[in-house]
Design a protein around this ligand. Structure first.
Ligand code: E4P
Length: 215
């Protein structure tokens, strides 16, 4: 199980990498839009240099030809780049061309195990089921991770599952137990994962006792 950061913020990535637990990053057009005034290519290159692990950057063309052209350009930016492609018919066609060319892809906007299966068969290196967005509409988002993990395991598919659209620490635990290979988490959730009130209280007590001990 690995943890990726779901952000395009260099500050957050720097802080996450410093902890030694972040081995990749996922971005999307909405996350890029939060970083005002930055250049897409330069930002992705800088993230790759910092993380030295898989960094997802998303295509925006509607058709397979356009996606492949964008993906080839994005793939030139760094050896660490993974091209994010939405799971549509055009996206599948693009994933299959890119797989033949050795360009790793992350099939995004996955909301069902069937979509994940198709992406894996087309040759995606990663699939990203969006857990939180399903929860938001009163569906059990984690069930897609559970089913996808079972299908991939049972049929020996080596596509990795990135549990995405993670809203809180419990999602990470559930994704890990379900067999996701990776959870991509907002920086805030990474910080929440570290916290426990008994840890804080324990430190306070140890420090108070230590002060007594050393007089
Ligand atoms: C990551 O690959 C996804 O783009 C991201 O997790 C989506 O999260 P959201 O549903 O919070 O936008």
């Amino acid at each position: 199980m690995r943890i990726f950061l779901d952000t395009a913020s260099m500050d957050e990535i720097r802080a996450g990498v410093r902890l030694g637990v972040v081995s990749g990053v996922t971005t999307n057009p909405s996350l890029m839009a939060r970083e005002s005034g930055v250049d897409f290519g330069e930002t992705i290159r800088a993230i790759c240099d910092l993380v030295r692990g898989p960094v997802s950057a998303e295509v925006t063309a509607p058709d397979a030809e356009g996606m492949v052209a964008q993906a080839r350009e994005i793939a030139r930016w760094s050896e660490y780049v993974v091209v994010k492609v939405p799971i549509t018919a055009e996206g599948l066609a693009a994933i299959s061309v890119l797989a033949d060319e050795g360009i790793p892809t992350n099939a995004t906007l996955i909301f069902s195990a069937n979509q994940a299966l198709l992406a894996a068969l087309a040759g995606a290196a990663y699939v990203s089921p969006f857990v939180g967005r399903l929860d938001d509409i009163n569906h059990d988002g984690m069930q897609v991770v559970v089913e996808t993990a079972e299908i991939f395991e049972r049929h020996d598919l080596d596509t990795q599952i990135i549990a995405a659209s993670i809203r809180h620490p419990l999602h990470v635990t559930q994704a890990a137990l379900a067999g996701a290979h990776i959870a991509t988490v907002p920086y805030k959730v990474l910080m929440q994962m570290i916290q426990h009130p008994l840890t804080d209280r324990g430190i306070e007590r140890f420090l108070a006792d230590w002060a007594k001990f050393i007089g």
